[in-house]
Design a protein around this ligand. Structure first.
Ligand code: JF5
Length: 240
């Protein structure tokens, strides 16, 4: 997969991709990530990317010209057309299903919004999807782009081992069960004995039950959508 990211602050996206597992994916050739300075598509000495809104009001708006020049030039140089995504609080809220869908694309072009927004003609003519990473306001779309890239790249074939992918899709929309590692007792807090029992079936039942209880308690919205087996219902009744 090729991912291009248009931003006026390329430095904000250096370390998230230079460090970490994303770097490993790049080194292994699973993904190529290119961060592109939107200002390199400006003309004139002031390298201006923004301007005051028509009709008045506060703040500045991304001008259309640099974005049109950038997106058209990037689309023309590639052999396939990129799916163009604008990161903005006005977009559809990002989730795992959207990450899975994006991970099947050959080429993504992410535009990091800034200021009070982006000239509407950019949305109309250039952008395929608008994505928000949640209901809060950032200073710009760069961190949102980093979040989307991270979630998408870890789903690329060859990034995770097969078991992790299978397990992730099996556990579906449930939260994770509690995890423990050594020592067996830490500051008087013991690891649940079943995890030390070596009884793999009992461990699997305990984990499934914990995932169900935890999801019902913390994320009733996810629990309502979960597909429960008769065994799941039995595990949940044990508790009462
Ligand atoms: C941005 C105009 C983009 O604040 C965000 C954001 C929040 N959730 N997802 C993205 O993006 C920055 C601000 C103003 C466009």
């Amino acid at each position: 997969m090729k991912i291009e990211i248009l931003t006026i602050f390329p430095g904000m996206l250096e370390s998230p991709f230079r460090e970490s597992m994303i770097r490993r994916a790049m080194d292994r050739g699973l993904v190529e990530i290119e961060v592109i300075d939107l200002r390199s598509f400006t003309t004139g000495r002031h390298r201006q990317v923004d301007d005051a809104p028509y009709g008045g009001g506060r703040g500045m708006i991304f001008k259309p010209e640099p974005l049109f020049r950038a997106v058209e030039s990037l689309q023309e140089r590639g052999e396939s057309r990129a799916r163009v995504i604008l990161l903005t609080p006005q977009g559809r809220t990002f989730n795992q299903e959207m990450a899975r869908e994006l991970s099947r694309e050959k080429r993504l072009l992410l535009i990091c919004g800034r200021y009070e927004g982006v000239d509407e003609r950019v949305r109309e003519a250039l952008v395929d999807d608008e994505i928000s990473i949640g209901d809060y306001i950032l200073t710009g779309g760069e961190l949102a782009a980093a979040v989307v890239v991270d979630a998408v790249v870890r789903l690329l074939p060859g990034f995770l081992d097969e078991e992790s992918v299978t397990e992730e899709s099996f556990s579906g929309s449930l939260l994770e069960y509690p995890q423990y590692t050594r020592p067996p007792v830490f500051r008087g807090m013991a690891v649940p004995p079943v995890l030390l029992s070596g009884d793999h079936a009992a461990i699997a039942r305990w984990r499934r039950k914990q995932a169900l209880l935890r999801t019902r308690e913390r994320r009733p919205d996810l629990f309502a959508k979960a597909v429960l087996t008769p065994e799941d219902r039995r595990l949940l009744e044990e508790e009462l």
